[in-house]
Design a protein around this ligand. Structure first.
Ligand code: GDP
Ligand code: MG
Length: 332
């Protein structure tokens, strides 16, 4: 098993995961019957799955902070988002990814699939997130990708809060075990925070022995501007839902401190002139609601007052333009 995952501190990690041999096999099952010290484990766990299975909800619940945006619309996550959990015996850097999907016609979709594939490639453990009692052709596609990278894979069966009685899960879990030799299968509910400790413990068991990769207090590698832009995009998505233009992106153009407030100017990019009035709404009502919802959430999350100014701008065909994707941070 490879542990060459390009850690940010580079090279400081000992080789050998659970299957890597070496003398320290005692902690292999997370339980040392001789009562000795557990080796500390650390590494990257990629949350992969088809769109809408609940990867971002899970990341936020695991980290205990809203780092990744969530909407009922598939393909909301476009970027790789890191969420770090530090426990006494392990540190897991979870990587939320865009859902791997079949729509590869447009440049933006291809970029999203590449982002997810790269995260999978760089991870120490793959976490396949699936929806309880459902298996689709897209899940097969993701599992194929997991097989290709031959890392330990944990299956996370999400949304079990919808399954009553719980015994109905059993045949599904058995079926999953037949599909692939998963290192662990863990049923959870991200939104109800059910069984998440079991999930982190299961993942930690398959990480390489390593010192911490991030300072204990660090939760993410994303900056404030990213968080503000993503929150605005979430509110846009929730407000527009079915009317949401495919090519929409948010870019923070300026931030400044004034009178103890954070002033933020953000551009909402659409890729056709006809989409502009849809986003703005009659008398600007829609854009106002979007700005208000984003501001309220950010005030609360950041513990400070924000002043948000939003402009809708047209950059024709940006979602099919590689350079525009790069400028908006969508091409990794
Ligand atoms: P992603 O596309 O895989 O990142 O999925 P999201 O995290 O954006 O969630 C997609 C939808 O599933 C949202 O409407 C979530 O509220 C919902 N969802 C996520 N986790 C759960 C869960 O554990 N139970 C239920 N019932 N719904 C969930
Ligand atoms: Mg997501």
């Amino acid at each position: 098993m490879s542990v060459e995952s390009g850690s940010p501190q580079g090279g400081g990690r000992q080789g050998g995961g659970p299957a890597g041999g070496g003398p320290q096999v005692a902690g292999q099952r997370g339980y040392d019957s001789r009562g000795g010290e557990q080796p500390f484990r650390a590494g990257f766990a990629a949350l992969v799955g088809r769109p809408n299975v609940g990867k971002s909800t899970l990341l936020n619940a695991l980290v205990g902070e809203k780092l990744s945006i969530v909407t009922p619309r598939p393909q909301t996550t476009r970027h790789r988002v890191l969420g770090v959990v530090t426990a006494p015996e392990a540190q897991i850097a979870f990587v939320d990814t865009p859902g791997l999907h079949r729509g590869v016609r447009r440049a933006l979709n291809r970029a999203m699939n590449r982002t997810a594939a790269a995260a999978l490639h760089d991870a120490d453990v793959s976490v396949l997130v699936v929806e309880a009692l459902r298996w689709t052709a897209e899940d097969d596609l993701v599992l194929d990708r997991i097989r290709e990278c031959s890392r330990p894979a944990v299956a996370c069966v999400n949304k079990i809060d919808r399954v009553r009685p719980r015994e109905r899960l059993l045949p599904y879990l058995a079926d999953l075990a037949r599909r692939h030799d998963f290192a662990e299968i863990v049923p959870v509910s991200g939104s109800k925070r059910d069984n998440l400790d079991a999930l982190t413990a299961a993942i930690a068991r398959h990480l390489p022995e390593s010192p911490q990769l991030f300072p204990s207090e660090q939760r993410t590698d994303r900056d404030l501007n990213f968080r503000i832009a993503e929150t605005i995009r979430e509110k846009l998505t929730l407000e527009l839902l079915e009317e949401l233009p495919y090519g929409i992106a948010v870019e923070i153009e300026r931030t400044a401190e004034a009178d103890g407030q954070l002033e933020v100017g953000a551009a909402i990019w659409v890729d056709r002139p006809g989409q502009k009035p849809i986003v703005i709404g009659a008398r600007g009502e829609r854009l106002k609601r979007i700005g208000r919802a984003a501001r309220l959430e950010l005030n609360r999350a950041l513990g400070r007052r924000l002043h948000l100014q939003l402009w809708v701008k047209v950059r024709e065909g940006w979602a099919d333009n590689a350079r525009a994707l790069q400028q908006l941070g969508l091409e990794t």
